[in-house]
Design a protein around this ligand. Structure first.
Ligand SMILES: NC(=O)C1=CN([C@@H]2O[C@H](COP(=O)(O)OP(=O)(O)OC[C@H]3O[C@@H](n4cnc5c(N)ncnc54)[C@H](OP(=O)(O)O)[C@@H]3O)[C@@H](O)[C@H]2O)C=CC1
Ligand SMILES: O=C(O)C1=N[C@H](C(=O)O)C[C@H](O)C1
Length: 264
């Protein structure tokens, strides 16, 4: 009987290759058999150590590659808006973990929706499997603990640009869906500010090189429930994003959720 041959690796292009996540993605892809980073894009290519070719413009990079399955993008909202359109124009799936997209002038969320008309698109504020599991637990707790006060706290490294983190916003939305009585997001507190029952507190801390920590605290009925997650390193996010890129290959155009791809 003939031996089954391994499937071809997903051919990806990594944008933001000079960044913390870009470097992590290139390193992680190099260790996997199911993904091949065929090229990388960076504004400052000299700073990138990669076996793949490094360009400065995604459009030129995609034009120069015979076949690319997915662009994997962890950059900044304005770049994500541009790259989503470029990937769609080339018929290439788009996976992005960029946060801070909400309300940005470049309308990255609109660009993702538009791109999803012609290619598969996945945006996740957090690509760790632990956060995907935590979200289920948080939804359950929020539904089971009516009337409890809820406070969301995140901690990240001092180089993070956006606050609160994209993950914190996702967790807040998850709670709000189960608790429509929580209509007021309270970002920090100062001075005389007693808590209103309709508040959901949101707190962002920035310190040192903390990779990413999130906690949702439920308090009421003389008890507290705390659900939390801490990422040990950025490899956690990189592996999840590469899993997503592999899972998106050959899918129909449209918007996809990270949790839904994990179930397949
Ligand atoms: N969803 C998830 O699981 C995770 C999401 N993130 C998110 O990913 C994003 C990147 O994070 P991180 O790697 O730490 O950030 P860095 O600042 O380390 O890297 C950002 C990268 O994007 C590039 N970049 C920034 N602005 C532009 C632009 N206008 N055009 C083209 N390229 C640009 C930078 O290029 P240059 O070096 O030239 O400035 C750099 O390569 C953030 O939004 C962060 O919140 C991070 C970790 C996990
Ligand atoms: O910027 C980061 O580092 C991270 N960003 C994401 C976010 O904003 O939630 C995910 C992770 O926590 C790390």
């Amino acid at each position: 009987m003939a031996a089954e041959s391994a499937p071809e690796p997903a051919r990806i292009v990594v944008t933001g290759a000079s960044g913390r996540m870009g470097e992590e993605l290139l390193a992680a892809a190099g260790d996997r058999a199911d993904v091949q980073a065929v090229a990388a894009v960076a504004r400052t290519p000299g700073s990138v150590t990669a076996e793949a070719a490094v360009g400065t413009h995604l459009d030129a990079t995609l034009s120069g590659e015979a076949s690319v399955d997915a662009v994997v993008d962890f950059t900044a909202p304005e770049a994500t808006a541009e790259y989503a359109g470029t990937a769609a124009a080339h018929g290439v799936a788009f996976v992005t973990g960029t946060t801070g997209l909400e309300g940005h002038d470049a309308d990255p969320l609109g660009a993702l929706d538009e791109a999803s008309g012609s290619v598969p698109v996945l945006h996740a504020s957090n690509f760790s499997r632990g956060i995907a599991a935590l979200r289920g637990a948080i939804r359950e707790a929020a539904a089971s603990l009516p009337g409890y006060d809820v406070e969301v706290t995140e901690t990240h490294h001092n180089g993070k640009r956006d606050a609160p983190s994209g993950t914190a916003l996702t967790l807040v939305e998850d709670v709000e869906r189960e608790r429509p009585d929580l209509t007021a997001r309270q970002h920090g507190r100062a001075g005389e500010q007693p808590r209103d029952p309709d508040e959901i507190g949101v707190h962002a801390r920035r310190a040192g090189d903390v990779t990413g920590e999130h906690e949702v605290l439920f308090a009421g009925n003389r008890e507290t429930v705390s659900l939390s997650h801490a990422a040990g390193d950025r490899g956690v996010f990189a592996q999840g994003a590469l899993d997503a890129a592999v899972a998106l290959v050959d899918r129909d155009p449209g918007r996809y959720e990270f949790a839904e791809l994990l179930q397949d």
